[in-house]
Design a protein around this ligand. Structure first.
Ligand code: ZN
Ligand code: ZN
Length: 338
């Protein structure tokens, strides 16, 4: 059986550099990104896969990569969806106002930014079309909000408003379910593994009628066989719970944050969590509204996440990254056993 993952999140930089978590999907040419720190080490090819951008907060180290992204999508057909905390619309408009756009009305491509600002109980969305010089197309549209930011056939993204001396978002990406392909069953039916499996998975994620026909084209000679989708699924697919990946950056260690984070990231397969300071420098962490490695580990353990990656280390610990990692892992193991 192939337990191939549908997506594999990776930090764009090392733990001492600006934060960004890049999540490419394997069966589609697309990706989402959590935070836009320095993204120069991401290839243009990877950056162009990004459709959805989720920003925890607009401190410079989490948002400076916006310009790089915009530079690459300029002149392309692209709808870019950006989500961020209170004042995000103002921040995006500030970025856009920093450049001159007098020639873009001649572009034949359609580039639009759809910007959503997250508040505790509502969302505000504004659209910006490149050909209009990125002037907002209308006033902000208000929608109610109860935790789910994005729902697609394949995955959802959830968020909570956390506290980092300013509103700061935590994110969870959850796959609806996971389709494992039973290779032996595929060959047992006289079929070959191929790109048709992508379409097959898409059909399942789109909840296509199980009684509908599904055509399999395989092999170099493009053989064709027609199946009933539901029958084929029963024979070659094993459906398991989807992956859950969470991202927490820049939060103060207080009761309300701890509760909200645990509620959001509970049972994640992988949690990326900031661990800026060592516990011995707890006072500085508190003043700067960051977590210590121990606090990050305790949260991860209490939330029973399966894997934890601490990151966003303060530069004062250059060369001592292993100490932050160890402190976080020890606390995680301790809290897991409680
Ligand atoms: Zn930061
Ligand atoms: Zn910050």
């Amino acid at each position: 059986m192939t337990m191939r993952l549908s997506f594999l999140p990776r930090l764009v930089n090392g733990p001492f550099d600006d934060p960004s978590l890049f999540i490419p999907f394997f069966f589609e040419k697309r990706a989402v990104i959590f935070d836009l720190g320095d993204i120069y080490s991401l290839s243009s090819r990877d950056i162009l896969k990004i459709n959805h951008v989720f920003i925890t907060h607009t401190h410079m180290d989490h948002f400076i990569g916006f310009d790089r992204l915009l530079r690459l999508v300029l002149g392309r057909d692209q709808d870019l969806y950006l989500y961020g905390p209170e004042d995000f619309i103002k921040n995006i408009e500030g970025k856009l106002a920093g450049y001159s756009w007098n020639l873009v009305q001649n572009y034949s491509n359609h580039l639009a930014l759809h910007v959503t600002e997250v508040h505790d109980d509502h969302l505000l969305t504004k659209d910006y079309i490149c050909q209009n010089g990125f002037l907002p197309s209308s006033k902000a549209v208000k929608n109610s909000f109860s935790g789910r930011l994005l729902k697609e056939p394949f995955f959802s993204v959830f968020t909570r408003v956390l506290d980092h001396s300013l509103p700061c978002l935590g994110f969870t990406l959850k796959e609806q379910f996971h389709v494992n392909i039973l290779k032996d069953a595929v060959t047992g039916l006289g079929l070959e593994i191929g790109s048709w499996l992508k379409e097959f998975k898409q059909a399942l994620f789109n909840h296509q009628n199980p009684d509908s026909e599904f055509e399999v084209k395989y092999g170099e000679e493009q053989h064709k066989k027609v199946f009933v989708l539901g029958d084929l699924a029963k024979q070659i697919a094993l459906i398991t719970p989807g992956q859950k990946v969470s991202y927490i950056a820049d939060v103060v260690y207080n009761k309300s944050n701890i509760e909200k984070i645990i509620d959001l990231v509970k049972d994640s397969d992988h949690l990326f969590i900031e661990a800026s300071f060592l516990e011995k420098d707890k006072d500085i962490a508190e003043k700067k509204c960051h977590l210590t490695a121990r606090q990050a580990g305790l949260i991860a353990g209490k939330a029973k996440v399966k894997q934890m990656t601490p990151f966003h280390f303060s530069p004062r610990y250059q060369g001592q990254g292993h100490m932050l990692e160890k402190e976080a892992i020890d606390a995680y193991n301790y809290a897991l056993k409680q």
